[in-house]
Design a protein around this ligand. Sequence first.
Ligand code: ADP
Ligand code: MG
Length: 660
Amino acid sequence: MLEPEPSLLERPLGDLRGVGKERQEQLSRLKLLTIGDLLLNRPRRYEDRRRYQSISSLVKGEFAAAHGTIVAQGVNRFHRSRKSVFEFILDDGSSRLHCRWWNLPYLEKYFKIGDEVCVYGKVSSNRPRTIDHPETEIVEEDEQTTHMNRIVPVYRLTEGMPQRWLRSLVSRVLRMAEGAIEDPHPSIVSGEMPDRANAVHMMHFPEDMGDAELSRRRLALDELIDLQISFRKRRVKMLDNAEGQVCKGDDSLMKPFIDELGFQLTESQTDVLKEIRADMETGVPMRRLLQGDVGAGKTVVAASAVLMAIESGKNALIMAPTEILATQHYENFRNWFGALGIPVHLQTGARKLQDEAGLWSPQQKTSGSLTVGTHALFQGKFSVDNLGLVVIDEQHKFGVAQREALVRKGNYPHLLVMTATPIPRTLGLTLYGDLDVSTIAKPPAGRGRVRTFVRETDKLTKVWQFIRDQIKEGRQAYVVYPRLEDSDLKKGLKAVVDEHERLKRDHSELSFGLLHGRMSADEKNLAMRNFSSGNIQVLVATSVIEVGVDVANATVMLIENAEQFGLAQLHQLRGRIGRGAHDSYCILIANNKDQAVWERLNVMTETHDGFRIAEEDLRLRGPGDMLGQDQSGQLRFKFADLVNDLRLVEQARDIAVSLV
Ligand code: ADP
Ligand code: MG
């Protein structure tokens, strides 16, 4: 049988005239294999060659593109140091520009007097005007139309490949492929939005910089629509396959639980519970994200959802990202559920599920029980019969794959994922596009105020005086350091182990505890228990306490080397205080007088709004840095920019909904 002819866009670049083995190999190093890859290869930047800056106007410290003729060139060797510098001097009629390269003497071969050259780089000196190690391009006369007098694309290169060669290839392929680029979504083409073929063309050779941005937006939209369609498809497939677990509940457990809580659910909490009940009582598997800022009271909501499942004779799982948090939930739920006669189990790496005889049992066979655990829940043999509900706490610490692995322990159980990292809406739609979203907008009333201060290191003595006063009044404090071991005092970076020792010496009247990720599970639990019971007054910790830890009597959060943390992370840490009726204090110690650092940290004093903080963090640090490794992988886009493309993300979502 004949293989079907591959479409033009799928053809390997090696098929093109002028692309031999060596060039093909170089292109593949840039991940450019097919004609389609080449067409979607986004320029790294553009250079406006319609009008060059005159050399006489170049300013030290700024990036500049210039164009002129080489009037002198040569290599200077320094025999003592065995160093060399190759230099040419460019003249554009207005002035002269020195271009220098250190220790690359062979460059001499490539440039000769009389060559017309474009250069781009940072001006390193005004007298004489100099650019060190600029990007260069020799312009030959027969190619002027592609490379001169227009805005030209500048691509990422690999060794041995000239910019000019790649640009010519793109230009040629664009002409060839004109008719082959189809528009997958013709309905979105409008006065402003170009069709796909045009967008591809404009991306490489825009008429003005506005065109470049417009084409990026169009290609980003296609990319985002694809992602949203995959979310929709996944959901449709799930609905087709699911048999459904009807968890109607009869309030027989819920009612006494709520009566015994000791507080009333807030309106936000009740609203969210209604949404959850509406999902769970149908046979359609719930896929819901519950977001609520730190301290908003998500755990009680999760507990109520668990009760709905248990009332219906099913089992439930709660997964938490750390051993500390899993244990805290375990103890909490045992308190709540013990009185109701509901068995609660713990399954972590350190502590495995036991059966009645005290033996490890990989299978949970009872019904109407809750198992709380860590990653250990979805790893290995552990399984649960009759699984009605899976809750994942602090979902942002897990990846989608882990979420799926856990759900697969049952037969399409309901899923509730909770997060206190308020994610900006763009990220939310992109990361959690397959989930419905509920929000607890307001925390419970009756909490003390939380005030935040940014201070320099030299104020520490005063700060500790203040902490001692708080402790005298019966309160407790957290002190957080960025490092585990090996303080680097030259850089002013403090480590938790060293500081714990020092604090114990300097403040012998206070009782200190230590908590970090390298301690064994038992040690961690002991430290946590001693802190919640008040045996320990000051808990010295790394950011392991960032998620979930709940001790209402703690009113001070001192964070040293605060500049080392992201804003979202600082917000999480600050969420450990302000949980009781007393006023609380978050003190950020900045070791760095850098103005940008102070501005960033000052955002924390200005707002408690987790969403604003997250947006700010996203803007300053980008999505990869803001989220964990696992999640940022999902966010690798060629064209879409999650910081600025909210409108596009929303549009993509609507289009996908209408298509699937
Ligand atoms: P998070 O949303 O950060 O997980 P938690 O569920 O840990 O917050 O709740 C924070 C604290 O608020 C807990 O001590 C919890 O018992 C308490 N809490 C929750 N809901 C209410 C409420 N409606 N009224 C008073 N306190 C509440
Ligand atoms: Mg929580």
